[in-house]
Design a protein around this ligand. Sequence first.
Ligand code: NAD
Ligand code: MG
Length: 308
Amino acid sequence: MTGAASAQARPTAQIGSSPNPVDQYTRPPFDRQTQAVPGLAGKMVPRPDHGETSYKGSGRLAGRKALVTGGDSGIGCAAAIAFAREGADVAIGYLPFEEADAAEVLALIRAEGRKAVAVPGDIREQAFCEAMVATAVRELGGLDILVNNAGAQQSVADLVDLTAEQFDTTFKTNVYAPFWITKAALPHLKPRASIIITASVQAFNPSANLIDYSQTKAANVAFAKSLAKQLGPKGIRVNAVAPGPFWTALQPSGGQSQDKLVTFGADTPLGRPGQPAEIAPLYMTLASAEAIYSSRQVFGASGGTGVD
Ligand code: NAD
Ligand code: MG
């Protein structure tokens, strides 16, 4: 992903500059491209921009310790890079298949002089979820920021073709795992900690082809709202982020049909998908004291569509 920016048409996003969001980055149509689940960002054309060259930190997470699930690629990768550039030590969870993507992120975190912890494994297993949290806490020396971001999405046009196996995988990955991970993390979280869960606009405006996925994302929103009420008195904030279409490995690895991938993001008012780098500042803000009075909220970044 270090070469990601070069594959983009106009990779001019800079903190402090004011690019036109319409002109920013590659616009559809995209080339047809398929990958096996879970997909690799490094094999996408164009490669996603995770902020590798553009994200500039200013110490807003100095000394914090973060665990980001699905931190190898896409939205989680962009958040992990931003956290490290803001001074945090970062552990990332990912599937062993994704080692190539993960290695690039881990190197970028270390390049900031921050500690980078790799925790490969399958979060559909409760035992791994608990082990991942234990490893992160041990290696980082505590935990302040938990980003439940890993997710599974497979497009199925007809409910009759939606298998129980897929339904189970989607719910295990998107709903059970955040429950298991957060439960394991809670004993380690102190006042000032921040929990973020990656939901989706699908929670509010579900697509016809994402029956199982959209239900899990609605569950993510309810999880954030409920847990925020429980943890508020303890000084722990919980928020959800609801992205619209983002150019990540999730999409060419079955998240969209090939026809929809070609025009991905074209139906937003900005006319293009977001790049992971464009949503990372939201995660950074929610993780930091900048958003100290925000909890139980759902924050969107969806190119002009909404979370309503
Ligand atoms: P991505 O494929 O880059 O990241 C998803 C990550 O989830 C993978 O990298 C993988 O490491 C992890 N993962 C999946 N199954 C796993 C398993 N069984 N065990 C361990 N890890 C597993 O794609 P992304 O779009 O950055 O996805 C991040 C989150 O954003 C997901 O929750 C997704 O639902 C959500 N989201 C994405 C979009 C979008 O358009 N890309 C829109 C709304 C919400
Ligand atoms: Mg990945």
